[in-house]
Design a protein around this ligand. Structure first.
Ligand SMILES: [Zn+2]
Length: 76
């Protein structure tokens, strides 16, 4: 993938982390809370979540320090 900010080739990789809870995104300044989790709101569908970890296939541009991945977010 070509970086839309600088035009250089981006590196394909896997973003990963602790799998104890789903990966969520919430608009504004506050992170998703317990009630968002109860409603399954804000779940980042790109994150493949298992009991031990999550992974997201993503592209990274070292020049711009930006990362891009395709996802949907479940209804807030
Ligand atoms: Zn770039």
């Amino acid at each position: 993938m070509i970086c839309p900010f600088c035009g250089k080739e981006m590196k394909k990789g896997i973003l990963s982390g602790d799998g104890r809870s789903a990966v969520r995104w919430k608009s504004g300044e506050k992170k998703a809370d317990f009630f968002d989790a109860l409603a399954d709101a804000g779940r980042v569908t790109a994150a493949k979540h298992t009991i031990a970890s999550f992974t997201i296939e993503s592209y990274y541009c070292g020049a711009c320090k930006k990362m891009i991945f395709d996802t949907e977010v479940t209804a807030e």
